[in-house]
Ligand binder design. Structure first.
Ligand SMILES: C[S@@+](CC[C@H](N)C(=O)[O-])C[C@H]1O[C@@H](n2cnc3c(N)ncnc32)[C@H](O)[C@@H]1O
Length: 450
């Protein structure tokens, strides 16, 4: 592996390359590094930077200075895969690094003759400073523009070092045991398990007994459970965006509490502030049942205190659960089969307690921001799953019909989800659309192309 670093300050890397596994890789010859200093690409005493065009302050590295540096790098080691660092680039994470390690993926490839012929063994890192690099140079040369996060550093040298350390961990031969890389956080769907060392007791806190038991099967099981718990309770955002496979999803589900949905046709606001009832609609029954099945909601309670509405619901359920209904559309049966009729909010809570043996955490939903006050339930957003899941209680999402849930229900809830907002002022989603969006944001996988 050959890395060219084009930089203003090669001395920033002195100690970086002298230590740890990276210095060993250099000594063994697995890794070679070449520095090109921007200032060596100019005439003596000429500046490497120049003012940006148009009003405003700021200096950019001159296009020809970057060009000469890249040409010099490629004269020595052949066409390289060129990475430019910029806060505006693609965000660096383990999936991106793994893809890169596998095939030096070229995104957005205008793959012209020049870019398609790079030498797979050569990476060129272009580390800008000042206000960065002329846009034309980045557009012309960059195979990948990388950001190390949504903040602005003074130059590309720290990002280059972050890239080198994280990328080289994935290059065979750099880390002694590839097994330790594969167990790293973010390598798969789960974080690494917690690790402990001797002494057995430190500040009166003991190493978990199982780790000293000598029973490898038990230790493996404990480690896997702890890794999964940590991921689900602390970084659910990572789990859902990690492209988990079927087994990983099955494992994660051991620690994701059971979810329930209630659609309130009673105890809702009708005609302004009046509390009343609404009619059951076949679309909401079908569509929320289908969303519930998709997002693994255990049961969907359709709640109405009115006898005639319950009758309509039961007629509907009787058909879909009958042989005729099952024959007619089996997948619809699978969705509808999780519907449970309920008479009131309290009835829903009692039914969940009956199933789970535990009172559910109640999360209400509302289209109105006026509900967001300090005296009501705690407001949460779509990054709150870990906080809720770690309480290890079933979870009930409550959706309102009419003009929304009554205060009685809102006051009895533990949490209120921030309203869904689009880019317009229109604020009248149907409840079935809102339910689908909310369930997707809360439990949906955000798969990525690998
Ligand atoms: C001061 S920054 C320029 C920031 C630029 N004005 C902007 O807001 O997008 C100078 C250089 O530092 C590097 N840099 C700063 N923050 C970075 C980040 N988060 N990720 C990668 N590179 C970064 C880039 O090489 C960038 O060209």
């Amino acid at each position: 592996m050959k890395i060219t670093i084009i930089t203003v300050f090669p001395e920033f890397y002195d100690s970086f390359f002298k230590h740890s596994l990276i210095s060993r890789a250099l000594q063994s010859g697995i890794l070679s590094v070449n520095f090109i200093k921007f200032s060596d690409m100019c005439e003596p005493k000429e500046r490497i930077d120049t003012q940006i065009c148009g009003p405003g302050v700021g200096m950019l590295i001159k296009p020809e200075v970057v060009q000469y540096a890249i040409e010099k790098a490629e004269n020595l080691w052949g066409r390289g895969f060129k990475i430019f660092f910029s806060p505006q680039g693609e965000k660096m994470d383990q999936i991106l690094l793994k893809n890169l390690a596998n095939n030096f993926l070229i995104k957005d490839s205008k793959k012209d003759e020049y870019n398609s012929k790079f030498n797979n063994d050569h990476i060129i890192l272009v580390c800008a400073r000042y206000e960065g690099i002329d846009q034309r140079v980045e557009d012309f040369y960059a195979d990948l523009v990388l950001s190390v996060g949504d903040y602005v550093l003074m130059g590309g040298d720290l990002p280059a070092q972050l890239f080198i350390e994280s990328f080289l961990r994935l290059v065979p031969g750099i880390i002694g045991k590839s097994e330790s890389v594969e167990k790293d956080s973010f390598y798969g769907a789960f974080l690494d398990y917690p690790s402990y060392c001797l002494p057995k007791k430190w500040k009166n806190i003991e190493v978990p007994e199982v780790l000293l038991s000598g029973n490898h099967a038990l230790i493996d099981e404990w480690r896997q459970n702890e890794a999964v718990k940590k991921t689900i309770f602390k970084r659910f955002d990572w789990f859902i965006s990690s492209n988990p496979n079927i087994n990983e999803i099955k494992t994660a589900k051991k620690f994701i509490p059971k979810h329930y949905v209630a659609l309130m046709h009673s105890q809702v606001l009708v005609q302004g502030d009046k509390v009343g009832d609404t009619s059951i609609t076949s679309l909401d029954i079908h569509d929320i049942a289908r969303s519930s099945a998709t997002y693994d909601i255990k049961n969907y309670f359709v709640v109405s205190g009115l006898k005639d509405q319950q009758k309509i619901l039961n007629t509907f359920l009787d058909f879909w659960k009958s042989e005729d209904g099952i024959d007619y559309n089996f997948s619809r049966f699978q969705a509808v089969n999780r519907i449970i009729p309920a008479l009131s909010f309290s009835d829903v809570i009692d039914k969940i307690k009956g199933i789970e043996g535990l009172e559910p955490i109640v999360i209400t939903t509302s289209a109105k921001t006026s509900n967001l006050n300090n005296n009501g339930p705690k407001i949460i957003d779509y990054n709150s799953q870990g906080e809720i899941f770690s309480q290890k209680r079933p979870i009930l999402f409550v959706f309102g019909t009419g003009q929304g849930l009554s205060n009685e229900i809102l006051d009895r809830s533990d949490y209120l989800l921030l309203p869904i907002k689009g880019l317009s002022d229109y604020n009248h989603l149907s409840v079935r659309s809102a339910a689908a969006i909310i369930l997707d944001r809360w439990l949906g996988l955000k798969n990525r192309v690998e």
